[in-house]
Design a protein around this ligand. Structure first.
Ligand code: ZN
Length: 140
């Protein structure tokens, strides 16, 4: 956009903040950024961040060691339960333990569902007339 000096009416360079001829302050340029646009999204106020201090992260080695412990079939799940219900003062380990408990429960539920479906299918096949028909070929 073109701007002119209010003092001497000289055409000003677009990036000038003062008139090059008389030194008068140039009128403010209307910048696209200054126009009202969509407000930047707020991801919590600084107060929120201060209210819940970040848990101190465990080292990579400690995290890996914890995950290896969790991988032990029964002991790992017990450890995860103990740690997720306050068995540790390490906030990061507690979160890791809670995630592990949730993962274990989800996997256990999926496995139980699979076993149930398999049992139902097996039962249906065993008790069906078709199975009886094929299972007793010599007595027909
Ligand atoms: Zn001027």
């Amino acid at each position: 956009m073109l701007r002119y000096c209010k003092n001497c009416s000289l055409l000003l360079p677009h990036d000038a903040d003062r008139c090059p001829q008389c030194g008068a302050p140039a009128p403010l340029a209307v910048r696209p950024a200054a126009q009202p646009g969509p407000a930047a999204p707020l991801y919590g106020t600084p107060d929120d961040r201060e209210a819940e201090p970040m848990a101190e992260a465990m080292s990579q080695g400690a995290t890996t060691g914890t995950m290896i412990l969790f991988a032990i079939p029964v002991v790992g799940f017990i450890l995860a339960l103990v740690w997720s219900f306050g068995g540790t003062h390490n906030e990061a380990r507690k979160r890791l333990a809670r995630a592990q408990v949730v993962r274990t429960l989800v996997v256990a539920a999926a496995a139980a569902l699979l076993v149930l479906v398999a049992a139902l299918v097996f039962s249906a096949v065993v008790h069906s007339q078709l199975a009886y028909y094929y299972a007793t070929p010599y007595y027909r």
